[in-house]
Write a protein that binds this ligand. Structure first.
Ligand SMILES: *[C@@H]1O[C@H](CO)[C@@H](O)[C@H](O)[C@H]1NC(C)=O
Ligand SMILES: *[C@@H]1O[C@H](CO)[C@@H](O)[C@H](O)[C@H]1NC(C)=O
Ligand SMILES: *[C@@H]1O[C@H](CO)[C@@H](O)[C@H](O)[C@H]1NC(C)=O
Ligand SMILES: *[C@@H]1O[C@H](CO)[C@@H](O)[C@H](O)[C@H]1NC(C)=O
Length: 313
C-alpha cells in the first residue's frame, strides 16, 4: 500500500512538471512581442555646416528612429516612400531565418520601393542580441537614411555583464555639404572618386570642430565611478573610423564567449566584407595609433568606465 501510493505520487509530480513546462513555454511565447512601425522616407530640411539641405530621412528624423526590441520579438516595419528616389531598407546584421524577402538589398532580395510605393518588412529576431542598425540599401541614400536597432536579451534573462547605469547609441556618420545622391552620380558620370565628406558626425551632429556646429555637439553624461554602455555603430559610408574616449579606457564586450578587454580605441571599416569584424571609433588626431585586431567582435558592446583621476572630471 505504501509502495503504491509513492508510485502514484511520482506520477503526479511528473504530470505536474509536464504542466509546468507547458506553462513556461507558453509564457515565453506570450513574452515575445510584435512591434509595428511606420517608416516614411521623405525629404526634410536639415541644417548642418551653416546650410540647410533637403535631406532624405525617415519620419523627418536624422538619424532615423531607434528601434528597440527583445530577442525573440517580431518587427513589422511598413516603409512608405515619399522621396523622389527608389529606396529599400536593410536590417544590418539580422539573420533572416526564412524571411529572406525582408533583408532589403535592392535588386537582390526585392525590387526597390518606387516613389509613392510601400513595402512591409516582417521578421523575427532569433537568438540575437546586442547592437545592430538599419539603413537604406539603395545607392547613397544610406548617407542619411539610417538608425540604431537595439536587441535586448529575452525578458527574464540578463546581460552577460553587470547592467550598466545608462545606455547610449553612438552613431558615427559622414555628412556631405551637398546632396549625397548628386555626389555619387557625379562620380559615376566622370569616373572619378566621389567627393570626400565634409564632416564626420556623432548621432548626426558634426560637433564643435566644424562651423555652425558648436551648440549641437552630442553630450553623453557620465558620473564618476559609474559604468555606461555605449552602443557604437559605424554608419559612415566610406571611412574606416577610430573610436576613443579621451582619458577613459573602456571595455569592449562582444559575445558571451569573448573576454572583456580594456582598450583605448578601436577601429572599424565602414564597408563590412565577408568575415570582416564590425565596428568603430575615431579621433582624428590619434589615428596614427590605431589599434586593430584586438577588439573585433561581430557586434561589440563597449563599456566605458570613468577614469579614476580627480584631475579629470
Ligand atoms: C526603381 O525601381 C523599379 C522597380 O521597383 C525599377 O524598375 C527601376 O529600374 C528603378 N529605378 C532605378 C533608377 O533604379
Ligand atoms: C565635388 O567637389 C568639387 C570640387 O570641390 C565641386 O566643384 C563639386 O560641385 C562637388 N560635387 C558635388 C556633387 O557636390
Ligand atoms: C569655417 O568657415 C571659415 C570661413 O568661411 C572657413 O575659412 C573655414 O575653413 C571653415 N572651417 C571648417 C572646419 O569648415
Ligand atoms: C592624473 O592626471 C594628471 C594629468 O594627466 C597626471 O599628471 C596625474 O599623474 C594623474 N594622477 C593619477 C593618480 O593618475
Amino acid at each position: 500500500m505504501k509502495a503504491f501510493s509513492s508510485i502514484a505520487n511520482s506520477h503526479c509530480s511528473f504530470l505536474l512538471l509536464g504542466l509546468l513546462l507547458l506553462f513556461a513555454s507558453s509564457l515565453s511565447l506570450a513574452n515575445a512581442e510584435t512591434h509595428f512601425h511606420d517608416f516614411v522616407v521623405q525629404a526634410t530640411p536639415v541644417k548642418r555646416l551653416c546650410k540647410t539641405h533637403s535631406t532624405i530621412t525617415v519620419n523627418g528624423q536624422f538619424p532615423g528612429p531607434t528601434l528597440e526590441v527583445n530577442n525573440g520579438d517580431t518587427l513589422v516595419v511598413k516603409v512608405t516612400n515619399k522621396a523622389r528616389y527608389n529606396v529599400t531598407i536593410h536590417w544590418h546584421g539580422i539573420r533572416q531565418m526564412r524571411t529572406g524577402w525582408a533583408d532589403g538589398p535592392e535588386f537582390v532580395t526585392q525590387c526597390p520601393i518606387r516613389p509613392g510605393g510601400t513595402y512591409t518588412y516582417r521578421f523575427t529576431i532569433q537568438n540575437q542580441e546586442g547592437t545592430l542598425w538599419w539603413h537604406a540599401h539603395s545607392s547613397w541614400l544610406r548617407a542619411t537614411v539610417y538608425g540604431a536597432l537595439i536587441i535586448y536579451p529575452k525578458p527574464g534573462s540578463s546581460y552577460p555583464f553587470t547592467k550598466p547605469k545608462r545606455e547610449t547609441p553612438i552613431l558615427l556618420g559622414e555628412w556631405w555639404d551637398a546632396n549625397p545622391m548628386d555626389v555619387v552620380m557625379q562620380a559615376t558620370r566622370t569616373g572619378a572618386a566621389p567627393n570626400v565628406s565634409d564632416a564626420y558626425t556623432i548621432n548626426g551632429q558634426p560637433g564643435d570642430l566644424y562651423n555652425c556646429s558648436s551648440k549641437d555637439t552630442v553630450t553623453v553624461p557620465i558620473d564618476s565611478g559609474e559604468t555606461n554602455l555605449l552602443r557604437v555603430i559605424n554608419s559612415a559610408l566610406n571611412q574606416e573610423l577610430f573610436f576613443t574616449v579621451a582619458n577613459h579606457p573602456f571595455t569592449c564586450r562582444s559575445s558571451r564567449r569573448l573576454l572583456p578587454q580594456t582598450l583605448h580605441h578601436f577601429s572599424h571599416h565602414a564597408r563590412p566584407r565577408p568575415n570582416h569584424r564590425r565596428p568603430y571609433l575615431r579621433q582624428p588626431t590619434t589615428s596614427s595609433i590605431l589599434l586593430s585586431g584586438t577588439c573585433l567582435p561581430k557586434r561589440p558592446r563597449c563599456t566605458i568606465r570613468q577614469y579614476n583621476n580627480n584631475s579629470h572630471s
